[in-house]
Structure formats: C-alpha cells, structure tokens
Write a protein that binds this ligand. Structure first.
Ligand code: AR6
Length: 173
C-alpha cells in the first residue's frame, strides 16, 4: 500500500480541530450523540447539530449520513455507524468496510476534497485496532485506485494508535 501513502495521511489530533471538507464521526444508530468522538463532535458543533441529526431518522450499521458542521471548522460531518465487535462472526469486518466505503461515496458525490476519519468502532465498540486499520486502509486505497483525488486523513487520538496504520502501510503492496 506504499504507493498510496501520500494520499492517505495518518495524524494524531482531536478531530474537532481539523479544517477539512468533512470529518467522519463514529456515531450510533440513533445519530443523537453519545460519548467518545461522537460526544466531542457534538460539543464542538453546538446544539444545532443534534437538531439536524434528529431529522434524519437514525442510520443503519455500516451506513453513513451527512450533516452540516455548524461551529466546527470543517464544512460537513459524515456520521458513520460502525459495528459493535462481537467476536468477528457477525459480519463486523464487512460492516466496518461499508462505513469507510459509504463515507467515501458521499465524499465523491459531494466533491469533497479532504476527508478525515476517526478510528470508527475501535473505542467503546471494541473492534480490534489492527484489523480495523487493515480494513480502513484497504477500503480507502480502493477509492484512490478508482480515482479519488482528494486528501484522506486517518485521525488517531493517540500516538500509540498510529502504529496500526503504519504497520499496514509499510508491509502491504
Ligand atoms: N478526536 C479524534 N478521535 C477521538 C476523539 C477525538 N476528539 N475522541 C475519541 N476518539 P469511540 P466507537 C477516538 O468510542 O468505538 C459513542 O458513544 C477513540 O480514541 O468514540 O465507534 C457513540 O455514540 C477511538 O480511537 O467510537 C457510539 O454509541 C475512536 O475515536 C459509540 O461511542 C472511536 O472511539 C461508538 O463507539
């Protein structure tokens, strides 16, 4: 995957600070907020965000819905609902791949030139971080191969989490 490393940047940041076209939230099916990165995004965006989310009728696992970003410095928020990890036999891997795939489809359809992903499902949803990194990078690479020209950012919340992504980026071809 080395040849994609200039298109996919791995950073350590609070995703609410990124001035990109869209940030990807790790939401739940209600889309009405929660803890973790979801809570941080709703706090930083202000109460208008949950008002818009409340009009969307929730979202299925593996799918995404896009909203405005209100007080956030980004332009749009893509709310992705990742799977809870139940051990790997419940379709978790393909549901996580679907999150990345559907978020990229929204980015392409809406001509978003930069998109920053939180590490969906790897917090309270318990998805193994090494598997999640591989799925994320494989899915994102497919979109680059298919012509996406924008900047993709993987936004880790700790330095320690970045190694899962570098491991994949430096070992795959
Ligand atoms: N910026 C970037 N990444 C962050 C931030 C931040 N400000 N805060 C946390 N993370 P999680 P999940 C990282 O638990 O596992 C919520 O309650 C965190 O270190 O936020 O998909 C939702 O409402 C981890 O790497 O999301 C759902 O109910 C990653 O974000 C549920 O949690 C994802 O951790 C979703 O669980």
């Amino acid at each position: 995957m080395e040849k994609y490393s200039d298109k996919i940047k791995v950073v350590v940041a609070d995703i609410t600070t990124l001035k990109v076209d869209a940030i990807v939230n790790a939401a739940n099916r209600s889309l009405l907020g929660g803890g973790g990165v979801d809570g941080a995004i709703h706090r930083a965006a202000g109460p208008e965000l949950v008002k818009e989310c409340a009009t969307l009728g929730g979202c299925q696992t593996g799918h995404c819905k896009m909203t405005d970003a209100y007080k956030l410095p980004c332009k749009k928020v893509i709310h992705a609902v990742g799977p809870v990890w139940y051990g790997g036999q419940q379709g978790e891997e393909s549901l996580l791949a679907s999150c990345y795939d559907n978020a990229m489809k929204l980015a392409e359809e809406n001509h978003l030139e930069s998109i920053a992903f939180s590490c969906i499902s790897t917090g309270v949803y318990g998805f193994p971080k090494d598997k999640a990194a591989r799925i994320a990078l494989q899915t994102l690479s497919a979109h680059i191969r298919d012509g996406y020209q924008g900047q993709i950012i993987i936004c880790c919340f700790s330095e320690a989490d970045t190694r899962y992504y570098y491991q994949v980026l430096t070992t795959d071809n």
